[in-house]
Ligand binder design. Sequence first.
Ligand code: FMN
Length: 234
Amino acid sequence: MAGITDAEFLNKVIPYGFDVATLGGFNLDEPTIEASSLILERGRKEFHFPLNLIFSHIESEASLIKDNHDDVKVSVNVRSTTPEPIIKLDEIDDLDIIEINCHCRQPEFQEIGCGQSMLQREDLGEFISEVVDNVSKEVSVKIRANVVDDLKIGHIIEDAGADYLHVDAMKPGVFDADYDLLDNLCSNLKIPIIGNNSIDSEEKIKKMLETGVFGFSIARALISSKLNFDISSF
Ligand SMILES: Cc1cc2nc3c(=O)[nH]c(=O)nc-3n(C[C@H](O)[C@H](O)[C@H](O)COP(=O)(O)O)c2cc1C
């Protein structure tokens, strides 16, 4: 969660039983950094760092997590208009997973072909395989569901060689995940799927796991203190 999930925040919530902690989203090039300053101006939180500091910042944040929780995989969720700055993250030893953000819906990111509008880019598959082919770390791609044809996008991401498909299975109008969509993706794709959206109870975790997902992720329940159970048994 932009502006929220830094190392200090993640170190506090990892003991709920998480085995992956995701930093960010961070902006890695001039166009995304400029978009984030416009977003900040209208009052929304962002992690906002100049280009010359962003890589060292991510490096020190990743180390802060590993120093406290060396058994947890550190992931970083990033936005960039081109693959090159994302590939550069491979130099950061304490990162395990690089997550390409094809999810954020702020118009400022979408106007420059980032976030959710990555899903409409002709070069989406090429963009992802360029990253996958040039990094030694695992690559996750985070998508927002129900924007385009999710199964078609899932195949593009799988064929590009990504290690995980992270799906915010948002269902417009309801505070619950689109379990039918996750079920369909899990039945038709081989790539491990991480299901996400609206988990705030053990019942919802069970329901999400029944779709066949490889794992699940939790965001808002971490800031609203609704997570009051150990998730490590799932
Ligand atoms: C304040 C806020 C900031 C967020 N920033 C990001 C982001 O930078 N990158 C991203 O992939 N998702 C971002 N998300 C989406 C969450 O990671 C998650 O996908 C979404 O909230 C649904 O999951 P949840 O119901 O567990 O919160 C953000 C969500 C919130 C509430």
